[in-house]
Design a binder for this molecule. Structure first.
Ligand SMILES: [Zn+2]
Length: 578
């Protein structure tokens, strides 16, 4: 049987920027087939909600389309061909735009990816050409492969198509080369953009690329594009590009403000896009499986975003690695979820529904960074300073740059092979299990010791801070507000509230949205009572939350007295960022 071929045409009409048109010309296709929109495993923006004017033409006359599910359509055609046409009606943005979502303005925008393209179900290895009809004077920046026509691009598979967003418009653009590989930095500015130091931004990004290349020994792409946007926040990694919100107002205060995010998303090019968890398989329209491996994918990415920035001599928020580690331990200690759930479970919960951990909330980024930091110390000690986490990253890339995704067992094996030591207990305790990390045991390997002191949390003016560790949220597809408590010890939980409780009123009034709740909280003082009326299966209930102060740990790390030569040597290597 012949493989189908698919060619896309995406048209942006400057006279109507509320939507864009997509044409999908399919040949060599059976008379009945299905098309769908891809679900992103982490940020499913569900743009199938915005599909309009969907039609199908068969070779001989009209075809038929039947919507079988929210993002799945059955197509009936004839003659082995079908021409699908639809529009994506862009949703109105409330608040600040997320940088990875499709948008259009009179000076440019972002299209492509899961927000634009449908695919033929079960034909995910089909290559395609994508032609872009864009307004006069606009440029194109995309990681998709160029062809002899400057407005036509090529994707060898649906996965590559979906991970190659297309930035279009009028933008500033710079090119630099690392290891003979071209890199392009593209900045799309708002009309009232503030000026910032573009030379410094470019030089800093280049240093991050150089450090990453020297860590892995090579770059893993033909070319790379940094797509930076004014007026947006957040970022998302793609195959050989990143979409990042970098407001000019933030960059004007120092380009260093945007670098941690850029370094993070860029590092994901290796650690998540190449070295990827086993659950992240081929593209699908189905609900993706939650991943047990994100503690590594996110945690080691944040570990390296920090470490590579230090190696590059760039601005970092904690002046030394020691301060950085103190902060990590403090944030870990304040979160009881890490003693209740394994790293694998918290990985799953990070993109699972809110409330998956009951009354606990936790971050896989932080937990993974802490685990990565401790494993790094174990490896340095066991190898007498000859190996580090760097070697684990290189090993993981060698083993998992193909089709196969990794499990935590594979990470355990890679660490074991690098250090020549047994890390079974460490993984049992902290990755598959939820035992408290004994920091003193690992800090001692570098001749360090730490103290944890619990103190009243204070505001900027040193007065005790009220316990505001609860939030409102809205689950996808729901029109109600629910409350979330950070853990069972916060004032809100002690008063009897549970994550998932439906909130009817706060202080006798309905609350419009989570932001409105946040401002009620901001006005609260210690000793105030906030009345939260919740709706439960057992009936409505008014819960009086007495706002109290709360305590936070203060962590200090010091060098131990009389340490051995080896500890001193390992410490010096580590603190210097080697
Ligand atoms: Zn990330």
């Amino acid at each position: 049987m012949k493989q189908p071929t698919v060619n896309y045409v995406l048209t942006i009409d400057s006279t109507d920027l509320s939507s864009f048109a997509v044409e999908m010309k399919i040949s060599n296709i059976t008379d009945t087939f299905r098309v769908a929109m891809v679900t992103h495993p982490e940020y499913d923006d569900r743009y199938w909600k915005y599909v309009e004017d969907f039609s199908v033409e068969a070779k001989n006359g009209k075809g038929q389309l039947i919507r079988e599910d929210s993002s799945l359509w059955k197509i009936i055609t004839n003659g082995g061909e079908a021409l699908l046409q639809y529009r994506i009606h862009l949703p109105t943005v409330t608040g600040i735009r997320s940088a990875w979502k499709a948008y259009l303005t009179s000076t440019g925008g972002l299209v492509g990816g899961p927000h634009s393209f449908m695919y033929v179900v079960a034909s995910t290895l089909v290559p395609s050409h994508i032609r872009l009809n864009i307004p006069e004077g606009w440029e194109i920046a995309t990681g998709l492969q160029s062809t002899s026509d400057p407005k036509t691009f090529y994707a060898p598979s649906v996965a590559v198509l979906i991970e190659g967003p297309v930035f279009v418009g009028k933008f500033k653009s710079w090119v630099f080369t690392v290891d003979n590989t071209p890199h392009r930095l593209v900045y799309w500015a708002l009309p009232d953009a503030k000026a910032f130091d573009t030379t410094m931004l470019l030089a800093s990004i280049k240093k991050i690329v150089e450090q990453t290349s020297s860590l892995f020994g090579r770059l893993t792409y033909r070319e790379y594009i940094f797509m930076l946007q004014d007026g947006a926040v957040g970022g998302l990694e793609h195959n050989n590009s990143v979409t990042i919100g970098a407001p000019s107002s933030q960059l004007a205060n120092g380009v260093g403000n945007s670098l941690p995010e850029i370094a993070h998303e860029y590092f994901h090019t290796w650690n998540l896009m190449r070295i990827r968890p086993i659950e992240y398989r081929d593209v699908t329209y189905k609900t993706p499986t939650l991943s047990k491996g994100l503690w590594f994918s996110e945690g080691l990415t944040i570990f390296y975003a920090d470490l590579l920035s230090r190696r590059a001599g760039l601005h970092v928020f904690d002046s030394t690695r020691l301060f950085h580690l103190e902060n990590l331990i403090r944030r870990y200690t304040v979160t009881p979820a890490y003693l209740k759930f394994s790293a694998e479970k918290i990985s799953e919960a990070s993109y699972g529904p809110i409330g998956m951990l009951g009354d606990y909330s936790a971050g896989t980024h932080l937990q993974g960074e802490v685990l990565g930091s401790m494993l790094d110390l174990i490896i340095r000690d066991a190898s007498n300073g000859n190996k580090s986490m760097d070697d684990v990253m290189r090993t993981m890339l060698e083993r998992f740059s193909g089709e196969r995704g990794f499990t935590s067992k594979d990470i355990e094996q890679a660490v074991k092979d690098v250090c020549g030591c047994n890390v079974r207990q460490f993984f049992n305790d902290h990755v598959y299990g939820s035992k408290q990390i004994d920091f003193s045991k690992y800090l001692k390997l570098l001749g360090l010791q730490h103290t944890i002191e619990w103190k009243d949390a204070v505001l900027n003016d040193q007065k005790p801070a009220p316990d505001l560790r609860a939030f409102l949220y809205q689950s996808p597809g729901e029109n109600i507000l629910r409350i979330g408590v950070s853990n069972p010890t916060v004032a809100w939980a002690r008063a009897g509230l549970h994550t998932g409780d439906i909130v009817k009123t706060v202080n006798g009034k309905t609350v419009a949205n989570p932001t409105a709740f946040r401002s009620i909280q901001r006005n609260a003082k210690i000793g105030d009572t906030i009345v939260v009326e919740v709706q439960r299966p057992s009936g409505d209930q008014k819960i009086n939350v007495l706002i109290s102060g709360y305590q936070q740990p203060e962590v200090r790390i010091r060098q131990m007295a009389g340490i051995a030569e080896k500890q001193k040597r390992l410490y010096e290597q580590w603190i210097s960022g080697k």
